[in-house]
Design a protein around this ligand. Sequence first.
Ligand code: PCD
Ligand code: CU1
Length: 805
Amino acid sequence: MNDLTPEREERSANLKGLGCSRKRVEDARFTQGKGNYVDDVKMPGMLHGDFVRSPYAHARVVSVNKDAALALDGVVAVLTAEDLAPLNLHWMPTLAGDKQMVLADGKVLFQGQEVAFVVARDRYVAADAVELVEVEYEELPVLTDPFESLKSDVVLREDLAGQTTGPHGPRKHHNHIFTWEQGDETATNQVLESADVVVEESMYYHRTHPCPLETCGCVASMDKVNGKLTLWGTFQAPHVVRTVASMLSGIEEHNIRVISPDIGGGFGNKVGVYPGYICSIVASIVTGQPVKWVEDRMENLMATAFARDYWMTGKIAATKEGKITGLHCQVTADHGGFDACADPTKFPAGFMNICTGSYDIPVAYLAVDGVYTNKAPGGVSYRCSFRVTEAVYFIERMIEVLAIELDMDAAELRRINFIRKEQFPYQSALGWEYDSGDYHTAWDKALKTVDYDGLRKEQAERVEAFKRGETRTLMGIGLSFFTEIVGAGPVKNCDILGMGMFDSCEIRIHPTGSAIARLGTISQGQGHATTFAQILASEIGLSADSITIEEGDTDTAPYGLGTYGSRSTPVAGAAAAMAGRKIRAKAQMIAAYLLEVHDDDVEFDVDRFVVKGVPERFKTMKDIAYAAYNQAIPGLELGLEAVSYYDPPNMTYPFGAYVCVMDIDVDTGVPEIRRFYALDDCGTRINPMIIEGQVHGGLTEALAVALGQEIAYDKMGNVKTATLMDFFLPTAWEVPNFETDHTVTPSPHHPIGAKGVGESPHVGGVPCFSNAVQDAFRAFGLRHTNMPHDHWRIWQTANDLGLHE
Ligand code: PCD
Ligand SMILES: [Cu+]
């Protein structure tokens, strides 16, 4: 049955299943302004909330006077910590096991922290009233540097004073949160002591922010008559929000309905729980009216979850020939005022222990210290699965530095250290089991496509010309090879607030042969309505066009852990395939009955079951769907539905090989990206066009982070980059043409062999852009310089190297 006759090929094409570059079904709605976002939710009598926020990074709140605000026409309520305290809602638990003030309780710990919540008739009155709330502050010393914080007498978290252990073990200092250790320190140190070559480098992966187009927001509506709370919001994990809301409020979970409508980009920013959600719920309960809260851009950049802010020091040991023998990594992680890092519970530094990268490193050790400072809380992935971008940046810089030390070609150094194809499944020194990979094939393909040797020759000639004074531009060749780790689960080691990280799909086939499937994930622009239908189409033999995908409504969708960490394809995508297989198993029995043969005598063929060896005797899936509802088949229940809760046996490990060619104007510091080549291997590809779009998006965000985007603070703790004037968001103007390519190494444990891809281009892209900048100056003695490589910093690098003399 495997030969694809033209007739079978046509039937298969009609399904628009796996591998089809099907156009995104959601785009008809999005491109015509018919999306339905949180801010589109409008209800009769709806009130609007707005925050009074702290102008100080560290201060005592002496008093809050609401009188003038309450006197303003249209103001309904002003909530402070005092109002929330009787409900025990003035603090809330964070995903990292810490707690965070919902509204300032005696002091503030970062600029932009929520102090009071004003509820008014409309958004404008609310904003005016915010100005009328009089808060008296008493300034306290500000700590924005984690190293200083660890030495300071200033106690940031007075609520934790005297607590020598936290949720992740012992605390070494009153501003210390945790130490997380992985690997074998003694063995690693032994290797470092006796190695031919050891290089050490320190690098700062600066603080940045996901900055989605749509900011965070919600509408809370408490129906006191029925006792039901409905919450619309920009949530990347709606079911988790429902469970947490129930636990905090005491409202029974069946009485809470959480709806994530269309979301205008998430990028990790919408995983956590923010004070705005709690305040809106309380305000709706208090006033009996629906309450909307939508933050503005400055609030988003100042107060919602940041990403990175990792200070990393590495030591890498190798033989003279370049074979890596050991790796040591020490991280100081700046978590801001509260530890609200969004990671699976047992991983306080996320999957930073993937920092051995794509290389076969026999021993390694990692230690991460989490530290409190006077900066905003957060620590979300931002297009990376739980600190994987940091890990990949770290190892890809260490490799470059080692190449410099050994005076070796960095591509060759990678090649001789890659985990070999036959070593998979590969057990890493820091505890992961990589499911599959073929790094050498991908690397060779990438280098060949870009004519790597030719580029190096051209680069050497350019350096000579520069030295002769014939040109003022230098050429950088950025390389990166990354291994991602996506798809949390396994429930046995990944949970969020105790909820195992499985995911789910429920499918219902209608009598006329169309279907609806619901999943526990939620698209924020990734195109799930398009791709999940494709997985099902191939599994059940109905066209993707006749399968509706629904996500995000907790009253209808099966419980799931949501969309982040590129987990939808590895986990919910697997659940979809498994649910599809259950449908097919029942369909087989129905087909056998209709065809009057034994169950084993029919086989599935694209969109039908045929009698083995008699292809003209068949029943299509449409026939079968109809029969499922219209015929009493002995021994079979009516209907055609299935549900699957999928606990992945392992994560998936997508990988990729990226090359960036850049020309840098030494006198202006302006880099021009001549070429960017990205080869991604995400296993079985569901929709190549969507994958390409994902790669373009991820690379754009990588360019942003590497070349200028940052959340910067001054010494007083003022956020210097709280508007899009200062926070770099690239537009089509800055973004080069991206060349995409792929290899396919299926995941051995995923039912259709797919791995995630949404985050990969960011994870691989950041080191690639950064390496390109730094490589341009290698011939002039540069070893490492920190991101973001904005024009000024690049100019400064050239200046420091004496290139302006
Ligand atoms: N093999 C394969 C894979 C995949 N795919 C596709 O692609 C996509 C993606 O996927 P994934 O990778 O699985 O992922 P998801 O889970 O779905 O998602 C998530 C991601 O996603 C990305 N992308 C995107 N896009 C858009 N448009 N928007 C958004 O927001 C976003 N975000 C970002 C992020 S950041 Mo985090 O949250 O940080 O953690 S994570 C993330 C989808 O549609 C799917 O289906 C295909 O086709 N194939
Ligand atoms: Cu990350």
